[in-house]
Ligand binder design. Structure first.
Ligand code: T4K
Length: 396
C-alpha cells in the first residue's frame, strides 16, 4: 500500500506488482480437458478443415447466440471480411469510430470506404440519429458495434437499414455472454461476428465466428471462408481461407466451459472497482444497463481530467509504472488512426470526448480480488494526491 507519492513506482518506489497485471489474460479453462480434446485431434489426424471439434464449437456458439448457423473463422477480422464479401458490399459502410481498428480495416482492406458516425455518450455505441445524415447513394451497409458487449441501438439501426435497403451487420467481437434484453447478441441484422482473440472472454488463441439466421447468407459465408468451395467440390467463386483449426476449437470449447466462472469473476471485480472508485472526484465506472446481460470483460473507469486533477493518460502512466497494464479501449479511436485521419478527416466531438476518458482495468479469473482491490487503491491514491503528482510530472 502506498503511503506517499514517493512510493509510486513512477517516482522511484517499488512496483506494486511483481508480475504484470494485464487486462486480457486469457481465460483458458480446465487444462486437462483441453489436452484431452487436443489428444483427440492428434490421434485422429484431423487437424483442420471442418473437423469434429470445429463442428462442435460451431454448434455450441450457434446455441449460445440462439442462431441457426455459425461459421467459425481463424480470427474476428477475417470474419468481418468474409461477411462483407459474402454480402457483396460495395462503396461506403457506415460504422462508429469508437471501436477497434479491425472493424474499419476489414472493410478498407476489401476496397470499401468506412464512414464514421458519432456516438451516444451514454453507451459509447453508434448514435442512430446521426446515421441517416451519412447515407449516400454509395452506401451499401451499416455496421453496428456492440461496444464492451453493450447492444448497439439494434432496433433503430434495423429500421434505418430497412428504409434505405442497406445490409446491417453487427461487430459483436465483445458480445459473447451479452444480450439485448433477454435475447443473446448474435442473432441481429443479417449476421454478427464474434472474436475469440486471446484477450476475449472466450478464446480460441486466435479466432472468430459469423452467426446468422439467414440460410442463404450462411452458405455463402461458409463457401467464402473455404476458398469458395461448394458442395460438389467445385469452386463457386473466389473465396479465401478463413478456417478455424481443431486446436483452436479445442481451446474454444474449454474456454466456453469456463464462461460462467469467468463472468462471475469479472462481475465481482467490477463491483469492487465501482465501490472503490465511484464518487472520487472526476472518476466514474462505466455502467452497464441491467436490462441487458453483460460479460463485464471490460471494466472501464472514465476519467474527467478537469474534476480529477489528473488526465486519463497520467493515471495510465502511474499504473503501468507499477506493473498494471491498463488499456485505452479505444483511444485513439479509429477516425484518428491512419489511413482514415489523412484520407477522410471528420469531426466527431462526442466520440473524441468519450474516448479521451476511458481506462480499462484488469479483470478475469486470473486476477484475485486482492489484486483488483490494490489496483483500485492505486487509482484512488493517485486521485487523492493529484496536485502533488501533477507538480512532479510537470518537472520531469
Ligand atoms: N472488432 C472489435 C470491436 C474488436 O475489439 C476486435 C479485436 C476485432 C473487431 C477484431 O477481432 P480479432 O481479429 O482480433 O479476433 C487487442 C486484440 O488484439 C484484439 O483482438 C481486440 N479486439 C482488442 C480489443 O484488443 P491489443 O493491441 O490491446 O492486443 P494485445 O495482444 O496487446 O492484448 C491485450 C492484452 O491482453 C495485453 O496487454 C496482454 C493480454 N494478453 C494478450 C495476448 C495476445 C495476454 O495476456 N495473452 C495473450 O496471449 O488488441
Amino acid at each position: 500500500m502506498k503511503k506517499s507519492v514517493d512510493d509510486l513506482a513512477l517516482f522511484g518506489g517499488p512496483m506494486a506488482f511483481e508480475k504484470t497485471l494485464v487486462v486480457g489474460k486469457p481465460s483458458t479453462g480446465d487444462r486437462a480437458k483441453f489436452y484431452e480434446r487436443l489428444e483427440l485431434a492428434l490421434d485422429s489426424g484431423r487437424l483442420t478443415s471442418g473437423g469434429p471439434l470445429v463442428k462442435e464449437f460451431e454448434a455450441r456458439i450457434a446455441d449460445h447466440a440462439g442462431t441457426r448457423h455459425c461459421v467459425a473463422t481463424c480470427n474476428g477480422t477475417i470474419a468481418l471480411e468474409v461477411m462483407a464479401r459474402a454480402a457483396g458490399l460495395t462503396g461506403e459502410v457506415i460504422m462508429p469510430s469508437m471501436t477497434y481498428v479491425a472493424t474499419a480495416h476489414a472493410m478498407r482492406y476489401l476496397g470499401l470506404t468506412p464512414v464514421f458516425c458519432d456516438l451516444d455518450p451514454t453507451t459509447g455505441c453508434i448514435d442512430p440519429e446521426q446515421v441517416e445524415n451519412l447515407i449516400t447513394d454509395r452506401t451499401s451497409a451499416l455496421v453496428g458495434v456492440h461496444l464492451w458487449g453493450q447492444p448497439a441501438a439494434i432496433q433503430e439501426l434495423e429500421k434505418i437499414a430497412e428504409v434505405h435497403s442497406l445490409t446491417l451487420f453487427f461487430d459483436a467481437a465483445h458480445g459473447i455472454g451479452c444480450s439485448f434484453g433477454p435475447k443473446p447478441l448474435g442473432g441481429f441484422g443479417q449476421a454478427e461476428m464474434f472474436s475469440f482473440h486471446a484477450a476475449k472472454v472466450v478464446t480460441t488463441f486466435e479466432g472468430g465466428a459469423i452467426v446468422t439466421d439467414d440460410d442463404e447468407f450462411a452458405q455463402r459465408a461458409r463457401y467464402t471462408h473455404n476458398f469458395g468451395w461448394g458442395e460438389e467440390h467445385v469452386t463457386e467463386f473466389a473465396g479465401t481461407n478463413a478456417k478455424m483449426s481443431e486446436a483452436s476449437a479445442a481451446m474454444g470449447l474449454t474456454s466456453l466451459d469456463a464462461l460462467p466462472a469467468t463472468i462471475a469473476a469479472n462481475r465481482a471485480h467490477y463491483e469492487l472497482y465501482a465501490g472503490a472508485l465511484d464518487g472520487l472526484p472526476g472518476l466514474e465506472m462505466h455502467r452497464y444497463d441491467e436490462e441487458h446481460r453483460n460479460s463485464y470483460q471490460y471494466n472501464v473507469v472514465k476519467v474527467d481530467e478537469a474534476e480529477c486533477g489528473l488526465s486519463r493518460d497520467a493515471i495510465l502512466g502511474l499504473l503501468r509504472a507499477d506493473n498494471v497494464l491498463a488499456q485505452r479501449y479505444f483511444s485513439p479511436c479509429v477516425h484518428e488512426c491512419e489511413p482514415y485521419r489523412t484520407e477522410r478527416p471528420v469531426s466527431l466531438p462526442a466520440t473524441d470526448a468519450f474516448s479521451r476518458r476511458v481506462l480499462t482495468l484488469p479483470t478475469g479469473p486470473s486476477v484475485t480480488s486482492e489484486q483488483a482491490a490494490e489496483v483500485a487503491a492505486l487509482v484512488a491514491f493517485a486521485v487523492e494526491h493529484a496536485p502533488e503528482i501533477r507538480r512532479r510530472l510537470a518537472t520531469r
